[in-house]
Every structure is written in C-alpha cells, then in structure tokens.
Design a protein around this ligand. Sequence first.
Ligand SMILES: NC(=O)c1ccc[n+]([C@@H]2O[C@H](COP(=O)([O-])OP(=O)(O)OC[C@H]3O[C@@H](n4cnc5c(N)ncnc54)[C@H](OP(=O)(O)O)[C@@H]3O)[C@@H](O)[C@H]2O)c1
Length: 258
Amino acid sequence: MQEPWPASSSDGLGRMAAQLLIEQGHRAVLHARNEQRARDAMAAVPGAEAVIIGDLASIAQTRKVADEVNQLGAFDAVIHNAAVGYQEPRRLLTEDGLPHVFAVNTLAPYILTALIRRPQRLIYLSSGLHRSGDPGVDDLKWEKRRWNGTQAYSDTKLHDTMLAFALARHWPGVYSNALEPGWVPTKMGGPRAPDDLDQGHRTQVWLASSDDPEAKVTGEYFFHKKLLAPHRVARDVERQERLLEACGQLSGIELPSA
Ligand SMILES: NC(=O)c1ccc[n+]([C@@H]2O[C@H](COP(=O)([O-])OP(=O)(O)OC[C@H]3O[C@@H](n4cnc5c(N)ncnc54)[C@H](OP(=O)(O)O)[C@@H]3O)[C@@H](O)[C@H]2O)c1
C-alpha cells in the first residue's frame, strides 16, 4: 500500500490533498505546527494514520519532524506543502535568526528533504509568483534589500521550484517535481482568489500516487496535471547548487548524495 505523506495538512490544500489520498485508498500521515492544530487536522481528516507536530519556522523542530517521520517507516511520497504567505509586513526573524518566510517556505523543505528517509516521490508546492522570484540567491536573509513581503514569498516559491529540480538531478531514482495550484481561496489565497479550489490539490495527489506515465517523471513543473514552463532561472544548475549550499550552511544539514 502506498503511504503518501502530505506535509502540513492542518488546513487548506494540504488538508484537501490528505482527504483525497485517503478517499483513494492510500494511507496518509499529517503534519501540524502544534498540538491544537494537530487535533484540528485529525478531526478534519478522519482516516489519517497519524499527525506529526512541529513548527517549521524552527530548525530544531523541523529536525524533530523528520526524526518522527523516519520512526514511522518509509514513505512513498512526501508533499512539501506547508508555507506562509506574502503578507508579512516586516522582516520577522525566527529563533534561528532567519526571515520567517524563508525559514518555513525554503529552509524547512530543504531540511525535511535532507533528513527524511528518501521516498520514491517528492512534490514541492510552488506558485505562479515564483516567476517574480529574485534570480540571485545571495540575499536569502534579506540583509541587503529593503523588506517586501510579496517579493520574499515569491523568492521562496522560486526556491521550492529550484529544490525540486535540484533533487531530480541529485537523486535520479526519485521523482521530484514542483507545481503551482492556481490562486485559490484558502486561508493564504484569500476569499477573492479567482481560481478553482477544487483543482488546487489534485495535481499533488496525482504526482504522489498515480501510475500514469505523465505523473512518473522528474524535474518537471505542473499546473493542473499539465506541464507548464517554469521561470528559466529555476533550471540554472549553478544557482540550484548555490541554493543547496546556502541551505546546508544555514541549517548545518548536508543533503545526502545519490
Ligand atoms: N492558495 C493559493 O492561492 C496558493 C497559490 C499558489 C501557491 N500556493 C501554495 O500552496 C501551498 C498550500 O497553501 P494553502 O493555500 O493551502 O495555504 P494555507 O491554507 O494557509 O495552509 C498553509 C498550511 O501551512 C501550515 N503552516 C504554515 N506555517 C507553518 C509552520 N511554521 N509550521 C507548520 N505548518 C505551517 C499552516 O498551518 P496552520 O493552519 O496552523 O497555519 C497550513 O496548514 C503553499 O505552499 C502555498 O505557497 C497557494
């Protein structure tokens, strides 16, 4: 039986993805930031195997999430879904001294990828806004630029796309892909988001579990189960390597080689 693991399923698209995986007969483990959100997640997704708790803004807690995932066994798929949005009004720093958006949206998926026992499939939630991401990866901590919340979010979604492509190169036995779900009315997307919410979770579930040849590819970018061209910068190998190196330095965690 497959065991796709939707990362962060206490709300929004992560929760919808977990519900759909279970409806389709898969086993799913949830993730939530704290005890209360864990209870919410388990109540919202009856049939989930378990919920793992940890705040992805903290490197220590993210490490613990990975340890607990590994204690549960090997997973077929990991969906890197959890993120914070584009409305942080100033440069909020985490306990590790990192911009909060970067810590949750970029560094946490890097850490979880590096530490969770290698699954068969990795899925990274990007966004159409990744096309506005800063092509340089030399100011991840926002020390050189004046803060801009939308730019900071867009940068992290470019990073998520780069992570997906870098992992496709580094781990050739794993299907590693990124997708954009559309601008949909979740807590993050807001009530006026124009795209179809009911399409927002389906591509990640398909990439996590389908035997369609179109889903068993690597290093690709999707929108609604169709290939879509990502920002060309995301395919720049040298920039991908710089991002991996920076994440390694900031977290103290090296990406295992192939
Ligand atoms: N909605 C859109 O229009 C849209 C568009 C493009 C891309 N995306 C991407 O789609 C993914 C899912 O977004 P969504 O729309 O479902 O947003 P959402 O409803 O705000 O859900 C985000 C999830 O991430 C969790 N999370 C945030 N910070 C966390 C932390 N520090 N530790 C642990 N969990 C944390 C949230 O937990 P809590 O519920 O406890 O806050 C929530 O479960 C994100 O990667 C987002 O960038 C969304």
